[in-house]
Design a protein around this ligand. Structure first.
Ligand code: NAD
Length: 252
């Protein structure tokens, strides 16, 4: 018996890293998973991995910064499986690494469009469906940069603080509607992108590892496990929380 048996779940940004790992964990917990990403190739790969883990899964392409794509994504889950119980709004980009004075309007606009507007758009259409069916659970991926300042990542930091804020607002607005809304705030996670940065830059690896009290980076599935717990009935009294999953980074 899985903790999410019979539930229908959706994961955005599931073509890699944290989203892919979460999609697999949710499938292992018994959920049917609609895998979504802007990349068809990577998203289809993830859907195949979830099926290989023994769960039902399909891929649906969506750019979370476009309202029409997100509306179609939620409709696809309902068309396929009749409802949407769990939604992990995880798609995100780090944007250009630049100080406040070096940053560009283009980077600011794109980072905020994907990382913050994308989360709002996803919640809008997911909650409209969850209201129709009488409840549901949402987990947004913020970051420790949603709780603390991150140097040379101003747009990302603003977007992730925004994700924490809108998570709290949504939790309060729908607390009486049986819809729980939470955020996970990952620390440094060893996704393929981060591991490539480390390979290219040993100093960056050392400085990022030095930030982590546990002395290692997180595994993508360690974020997925927290998301699966938040979706489960074991977390039935948890809403409006922004939970660090960060090896102690924000405890310092
Ligand atoms: P990743 O780059 O491995 O995965 C992100 C996925 O999102 C990719 O598959 C990408 O194709 C997809 N994507 C990008 N733009 C999109 C769009 N407009 N619409 C739909 N999909 C889109 O990154 P990751 O490290 O797994 O990051 C996942 C989330 O976790 C992000 O929100 C990121 O900010 C957050 N996060 C990551 C870390 C970390 O250390 N890796 C730490 C804190 C927070």
């Amino acid at each position: 018996m899985g903790t999410l048996d019979g539930k229908v779940a959706l994961v955005t940004g599931a073509g890699g890293g944290i989203g892919r790992a979460t999609a697999i964990v949710l499938g292992q917990c018994g959920a049917k998973v609609l895998v979504s990403d802007i990349s068809t190739r990577r998203g289809e790969e993830t859907a195949a991995m979830v099926r290989a883990a023994g769960a039902e899964a399909e891929f649906f392409k969506a750019d979370v910064s476009r309202g029409s794509d997100v509306e179609a994504l939620v409709a696809a889950a309902v068309r396929k499986w009749g409802r949407l119980d769990c939604a992990h709004n995880n798609a995100g980009i780090s944007g250009t690494i630049a100080s406040i004075v070096e940053d560009t309007e283009e980077n600011w606009d794109r980072t905020l469009a994907v990382d913050l507007k994308g989360v709002w758009l996803c919640m809008k259409y997911e909650i409209l469906q969850m209201l129709k069916q009488g409840g549901g659970s949402i987990v947004n991926t913020a970051s420790t940069a949603g709780l603390l300042g991150a140097v040379r990542m101003g747009a990302y930091t603003a977007a992730k603080h925004g994700v924490v804020g809108i998570t709290r607002t949504a939790a309060l607005e729908f607390a009486r509607s049986n819809i729980r809304v939470n955020a996970v705030c990952p620390g440094v996670v060893g996704t393929p992108v981060i591991l490539q940065w480390f390979e290219a830059n040993e100093r960056l690896e050392k400085s990022m590892l030095a930030q982590e009290p546990v002395g290692r980076v997180g595994k993508p599935e360690e974020i997925g496990n927290a998301v699966a717990w938040l979706f489960s009935d074991a977390a039935s009294f948890v809403t409006g929380a922004a939970i660090p999953v960060d090896g102690g980074l924000t405890a310092q």
